[in-house]
Write a protein that binds this ligand. Structure first.
Ligand SMILES: Cc1ncc(COP(=O)(O)O)c(C=O)c1O
Length: 374
């Protein structure tokens, strides 16, 4: 499957060998335990450790993360379960971990937890390579690129080279890009981590996360953590996720094309400031993004005059739901400052482009802006 295109890989990812009278994608296996006599060895023993529905999904995600390589993937109940599995299973008292200071807004909560366990946390912004000065004596470098919600990008290869030279492991939160946008393991990272609640599953109806690693020992540590904490996905969620992967390329291609068109349209408007989209030539992240990304994501961010203007804009949209999260087939947007966790202006809007017809969506946005900007 390594030589096929992304669409072919997506529709076939993780499918078992064809068997007469069996379905193409076997249905969800609902089981807390499995028949097991004698020595308690796998593949399927107890439902917190393994499940055949996870196995198919984990193979599928692994094929997308590193085609043809057979990397180890572990699925979790949510993106945060996956994030915590890497950070909390790797870091020990006295270790140093480097985190972004502009990443997903729950990362500071993980930081508090790490510090409570006696881990030293250093932070750097995503863009600008400031991480390089913080690697000395560190155990793990965590990067999120593009970052949520600021859409800054860092040079994964450059950071990985420096980190590995200093004996530091690297984890990349790849949520925004999905493996069709960027493949962190191929860029040298040790862990590729994502919230699959977003673009990977893309329908805004399930929470899920995963961690992929090349090194079997790192995979074993992540799997052990899942067994200890029990943050496992339900079989139905895992199956729905696998079903959704078949349309990943269709969805992501449509979303990325429309996101670029939206960014280009917004760039023409005097009432829109602080526009960010990594795929927009002229964006501060563009040069780095084109070196390591194959698609630039579904999220566009920009700043309107103030809180009231942004709220009026969101209320005026007819095809876009005012909701958090991103990457779904239905466009969503939100005023990010309402949460209080991100260092963004009051009028900052994170816009997640869905699979609507581009001309309909752009017309809706232009009309809503015209109506709300005074
Ligand atoms: C970049 C990033 N990482 C991790 C998460 C956490 O994912 P979940 O909400 O599935 O736990 C999110 C959620 O928005 C995110 O945007």
């Amino acid at each position: 499957m390594s030589t096929t295109g992304d669409g072919t890989r997506a529709v076939r990812a993780g499918l078992p060998e064809p068997e007469q009278y069996e379905p193409t994608l076997p249905g969800p296996v609902f089981a807390a335990h499995f028949h097991l006599s004698g020595e308690p060895v796998g593949p399927y023993t107890y439902g917190r450790e393994t499940n055949p529905t996870w196995t198919h999904l984990e193979r599928a995600i692994g094929e997308l993360e590193a085609p043809g390589e057979g990397v180890g993937t572990t699925v979790f109940a949510s993106g945060m379960a996956a994030v915590s599995a890497v950070l909390l299973s790797q870091a020990r008292t006295g270790d140093v971990v480097v985190l972004p200071d502009d990443g997903y807004q729950a990362l500071p909560l993980v930081r508090e937890q790490l510090e409570a366990y006696g881990v030293e946390v250093r932070t750097a912004p995503t863009g600008g390579d400031a991480q390089l000065a913080l690697l000395d004596g560190a155990k793990l470098l965590w990067i999120e690129t593009p970052s949520n919600p600021g859409l800054d990008v860092c040079d994964v290869r450059r950071l990985v080279e420096a980190a590995h030279a200093a004996g530091v492991l690297v984890a990349v939160d790849n949520t925004l890009a999905t493996p069709l946008g960027q493949r962190p393991l191929e860029l040298g990272a040790d862990f590729s981590v994502a919230s699959d609640t977003k673009g990977m599953t893309g329908h805004g109806d399930i929470l899920l996360g995963h961690v992929s690693c090349r090194d079997p020992q790192l995979t074993a540590g992540v799997r052990r953590w899942r067994k200890v904490v029990g943050a496992i996905p339900g079989p139905m969620e895992a199956w729905l996720a696998h079903r959704s992967l078949a349309t990943l390329q269709l969805r992501v291609d449509r979303q990325c094309t429309t996101a670029l068109a939206l960014a280009e349209a917004l760039a023409e408007r005097a009432d829109v400031a602080g526009l960010r989209y990594p795929g927009l030539p002229g964006d501060p992240s563009y040069a780095t993004a084109v070196r390591q990304m194959r698609r630039f994501g579904s999220v566009v961010s920009f700043v309107l005059a103030d809180e009231d203007t942004a709220e009026r804009f969101l209320a005026a949209l007819r095809l876009v739901d005012d909701a958090t999260s991103f990457g779904g087939v239905r466009s969503t947007a939100e005023r990010r400052a309402r949460w209080g966790g991100d260092a963004v202006p009051e009028g900052f809007v994170r816009f997640s482009v869905g699979a609507e017809d581009p001309e309909d969506l752009l017309a809706d946005v232009q009309r809503a802006l015209d109506e709300s900007v005074r």
